[in-house]
Structures are given as C-alpha cells and as structure tokens.
Design a binder for this molecule. Structure first.
Ligand code: AMP
Length: 598
C-alpha cells in the first residue's frame, strides 16, 4: 500500500500498514452503508432461497428489499424455537440456513428458564474474526506504543454440552477461543497477551484465573492494558487477587506453581514462565497486604494506559468500583456483539463511558430498526411493522435492533434498545440504551420481571404454614461487594403473630428464589462464582406505602402508580434500607448442571 494512502485515513494516521488496511475497510463499509446492506441482504436471500424457512414465505427467488420486507415477518426466539429444536435434535435438512449448522451458540438470554440456542455456521467465525481485527487499528489511533508491551486480559471458556443431534452448544466466546482463528493467530506486536492459550483454554475457572493472574504479575512492568470482556469479569479478577495473593506471592518467591493447578498443559507451559523472583514477591505482598486497595491496578501494573472492558448497558453499575481500583483510568468499550451476530465497534474507544457509541458494521448482517417510541412511524422504505433500514435511522431516536443473518435468522428481534447519536460517513452510531425486560443483572445473567415474580411466588409458598404472605416486593442488584448479589425487599403480612417464620425459613426462601431463577443465573452462582448468595431484606409494615408516598411527592400519578420491581435510585434505597427489620442470605448453592438438551 502506498504511503499516502496510509496517511489518508479520515480516522487518523494508522500505526502500521496492516492498520491502514483495516481503517480503509471501515471507511469503505461506512461510506457505502446502504449499498453494502443491500448486497448483504441479497446474498443472504439468494444462498438461503431453498431453506424451509424462506420457502414458507414464497419469495420465489426474490432477493430485493421490497419483497423481503413485504413477505417476511419479524420474529422472536420463541417463534423460531420449534425449528431450532429440530436442528438440535439432528435434522440436517436446510431449515434456516443452506450452509450446514456447525454448532449452537448459547446466549445469555433465556427462554423458559434455559439458555437460548443460536444455530451458527462455520463462516460466521470469519466474520467475527474480521470485526476483532478492526479493534486494535482503531485503538492505535488513540493510544500510542501499544506494540511496546502486552495486554493482561482475563479470558475464560465455559462448559459446553451436546445437543441430542450431536452438535456442540457453547457460548460464542468459548467457541472463538477454541477455534484456530484464536489459537493459531499470527503474531501481532500490537496484540500480545500475557495469558498463555493453555490458561485461557483450561475449563477449570480457578486454575485458569490463577495462571492468568500469575503471568500478569510476572510481567507487571510490560502490561500496558488490563481487560476482560465485561467489567464484572475484571472485578472478579481483582477479588481473586485479594483472596489468593499470598499463594501467588509464594509461587513467585520460590519459582514454583501452586499444586492446585493440576492441568498438565498449563504446568508444562508455565515451566517457561515461573522463576524465583523474591523482589517481585515482596512487592506484591507489600501492596496486597495493605488494607487500602485503592488504585491497586495501577500500583501493580504501573504502565497500564487503559482498561479494556465493556461498561455500557448493565455493566455501567461497575464504573465507580473500577475507578476506585484503577484511579480513574480510561475504560475502553471497544465492541458491541451477541451470540446471534457481532454488530459493530466503537470508533472512539477512549471516550467517556457515557459517550460510548457503537458503529454498526454494515457487512456483518442485514440490520433493521423497530422504532421504540410508541407512536413513531417508520421512515422512507417503510414496511408493515414500521422497520427502518440502517442508513435511514434518525439521530436522537430509539430503536429496537432487528437482524437478518447469514446463519439464517430472519428479521429477528435481538431485544436491545439503541439510540442514534450520530453518523460515521453514512453508517449510524448507536448508544446502547438497555436490553428490553431486564430487571436485574450482575454478570451475564439477565432476570426479567416475570422471572422475579415467579421466584417470589415460589419462595413465598414456604411461608404459607406460618400464615404469612409477601404483600409487596422490589429488588436491587447490589454490586458494592464482589461478587455482587441480588437483594429482594419483602414486606410480609403475618396473620398469626405467635407463629412467624424463623430466620431459617427465610433463608430457605432465599434458596427457593435462586432455585427458580434461570439457568444463566444459577451457572453464575455455581460454576463461575460471579454472583453471591441472594439476600432477602424484610422491611417494616407500611414501607411500600411510604415508597408510594415518596413517588407521588415527586410527581407520580396516584392512579397509575405501580410498585417498581427493581430500584436503584439512592433516596429510595435509603428509605428501604432504613426500614429493614431483618436480612437473610441463601445458605447454599442452587442446583445447576450443564444443560442437557432435550
Ligand atoms: P449474548 O448473546 O449472551 O452474547 O449477549 C449479547 C447481549 O449482551 C447483547 O444483545 C447486549 O444486550 C449485551 N451486550 C453486548 N455487547 C454490549 C455492549 N458493548 N454494551 C452493552 N451491552 C452489550
């Protein structure tokens, strides 16, 4: 590539020739967003023309937007579930996609309490890889010298299962880390990790984390960025250091490896890393034994320029804690993705979390947008459900994301609400507003109102023999401690004061709630240890009436007042907490086993 074209990227001067190509690709895609989208749709429709799904809608070979929009309905996971189940059961006919389904990706979204299964095809890995390959070239525009050191990233795989038809079902990142795309990635000086693949790929989360932390400590001076996928993951790593620094320092002092790390491939690769370094061990012991862990990240990894973690959406609740541990280092939210499809990237990754906007890459899938404002109509290429095309969204408006993917999802509602903040060339940029119907989230768990209601009902059965019922409840995601946990406020009505439920019964109520929450919640509790025991705080009688009085004093309508099923506003929390008469924690772990797919 000629030097002048390297210098000519409108995003800024690229760090190297490889970056120049990536930036040029972003420019091409975003300049031609609408025509790229048209081509993507036409490719998807022509290659999947013979699938059972598209045949249903009599497209008769048409691949244009108008026919597509007039004939294909918008759907949810539940609409597709019977077809997905057939694929899972082993039906190899082209149901959704003409290309063979290579595996299922298990989404953190749930349906009937179980993880959603997203069929995927082999080439989608290339598309994901392509999006990953754009991240560092953009980052290099804002942070110089990242080729002079390494990234300490805490990356993990999770358990995988097989469907009855023999296909693997696992989270998208597990699929990616286990792929050759990741394992045999070419050396890139701008993207060197301290964590060896052997540690990332170890299914035991303790051994994996321990090894990744140990490597990060050995290379503390080389580390230029510290990250995990989500903010909750990085905080879990800090908590891990709090609990394990003595053993880690001991290993560093003696040049040995904790015998709890039994994984053979880890032990083998760590022979190249471990060495006695008493000075480093002393340093770690000195820093970690202090009561005050403020700025621990920059104390241990003094050359860290930024944290690479997603802090948008539900993860925004962790910003103050990350700031505390890092002395307010920039927090880069680099990409926006899901199991169904990787969507786009942040072209200004060093911006403040409140300003993060993701540019959807038009080559990844065909994107449509359902206006979120109740009375809004669509725009130019309007169609019955009022879906708007990528290039036609309007700044300031909110939309729900609807995707049509190469893997065969057609007009599928992702469930994310996005707000348009601007454009890069002709590609819109979106702020992630929220996920629909999510009340509580600590890690990758997502609990909606119906699930919470069912859990409360389930638990309150234990109160019947005490003639006691739950008259009102609300909830709160408490992330002040790591791991965070669900707090459920209960106002109880007991009709028999001589027979009120004991502490032990209320503890069992906590466990009963956990047992009825979805499998992602229970996996976080049991396998990942990323959510702490659920807590019930019993509040004094009349508290919820006071809550209503407070809301009305702030302008809520008496007629329309509904008890909020989740609270986070400080004065409300203070009111609730000042009325707590007792608090109870789940005494043990709920049931969780890797899902068997029926
Ligand atoms: P999963 O399918 O389990 O990978 O979850 C995907 C969902 O995670 C998305 O639909 C979003 O709701 C959420 N998500 C992914 N990336 C981001 C991001 N950068 N900011 C906020 N939420 C995100």
């Amino acid at each position: 590539m000629a030097v002048d074209s390297i210098l000519s990227s409108p995003l800024g001067p690229p760090a190297c020739e490889k970056d120049a190509k990536a930036l040029q690709f972003i420019e091409e895609m975003t300049r031609n967003a609408d025509s790229v989208q048209e081509n993507v749709l036409s490719q998807i429709l022509s290659r999947n023309a013979q699938t059972e799904y598209l045949q249903r809608y009599n497209l008769n070979g048409a691949t244009d937007r108008e026919t597509f929009k007039s004939k294909i309905p918008m759907v949810t996971y539940e609409d597709l579930q019977p077809l997905i189940q057939r694929i899972a059961n082993g039906d190899r006919s082209p149901i959704l996609s003409a290309h063979p389904v290579s595996e299922f990706l298990t989404s953190s979204g749930t349906s009937a309490g179980e993880r959603k299964l997203m069929p995927t095809i082999k080439e989608e890995l290339d598309r994901r890889q392509l999006l990953y390959s754009l991240l560092m070239p953009v980052m290099n525009l804002y942070v110089k010298g990242l080729d002079k050191g390494k990234g300490l990233y805490f990356l993990f795989i999770k358990s995988e299962t097989q469907t009855p038809g023999g296909l693997l079902a696992r989270p998208v990142l597990t699929s990616y880390y286990k792929s050759d795309h990741f394992k045999t990635r070419p050396y890139d000086p701008y993207n060197v990790y301290t964590s060896p693949n052997e540690a990332i790929l170890c299914p035991d989360s303790f051994q994996s984390m321990y090894t990744q932390m140990l490597c990060g400590l050995y290379e503390r001076k080389q580390v230029l960025r510290v990250g995990a996928v989500f903010a909750s993951g990085l905080l879990r790593a800090i908590r891990f250091l709090q609990l394990n620094w003595q053993q880690l320092a001991e290993d560093i002092r003696t040049g040995s490896l904790n015998p709890k790390v039994t994984d053979q491939s880890i032990r083998e690769c760590m022979t190249r890393v471990v060495r006695p370094d008493p000075e480093l061990a002393d340093f770690i012991a000195k820093e970690c034994s202090k009561d005050n862990w403020e700025r621990i990240i920059t104390r241990i990894w003094p050359n860290t320029k930024y944290l690479d973690v997603i802090v948008t959406g539900a993860m925004a609740q962790y910003i103050p804690t990350l700031d505390y541990y890092s002395g307010g280092l920039p927090k880069a939210c680099t990409m926006y993705a899901s199991s169904e499809c990787y969507f786009g990237l942040n072209l200004n990754p060093m911006c403040k979390p409140s300003e993060v906007s993701y540019t959807i890459m038009p080559n990844m899938a065909y994107f449509e947008f359902l206006p979120h404002e109740p009375n809004s109509t669509g725009s130019t290429r309007d169609s019955p459900p009022g879906l708007v095309d990528l290039a036609d969204v309007e700044i300031g408006k909110e939309y729900e994301l609807v995707i049509t993917t190469y893997a065969g999802l057609c007009r599928y509602r992702v469930g994310d609400i996005l707000r348009v903040t601007g454009f890069h060339n002709s590609a819109p940029q979106f702020q992630f507003v929220r996920r629909k119907n999510v009340l509580l989230s600590i890690d990758s768990d997502k609990t909606d109102e119906a699930e919470l209601q069912a859990a409360v009902e389930n638990a309150s059965r234990l109160l019947r023999e005490f003639n006691t019922s739950v008259v009102e409840y609300t909830s709160y995601a408490d992330t002040k401690t790591i791991p965070g946990h669900y707090v459920i406020y209960w106002e109880l009505l007991g009709k028999d004061s001589g027979n009120s439920p004991s502490d032990q019964v209320l503890e069992q109520c906590c466990l009963a709630m956990e047992e009825s929450l979805n499998s992602v919640y229970r996996q976080c509790r049991v396998a990942d240890n990323s959510i702490g025991p659920l807590e019930i705080r019993v509040v004094r009688n009349g508290t919820f009436e006071e809550l209503m009085d407070y809301a009305i004093s702030r302008g809520a309508s008496i007629n329309q007042y509904k008890v909020p099923r989740c609270v986070s506003f400080t004065p409300i929390m203070e009111l609730l907490d000042s009325r707590v008469v007792s608090s109870h924690f789940s005494p043990s772990l709920p049931q969780w086993t890797p899902e068997r797919r029926r």
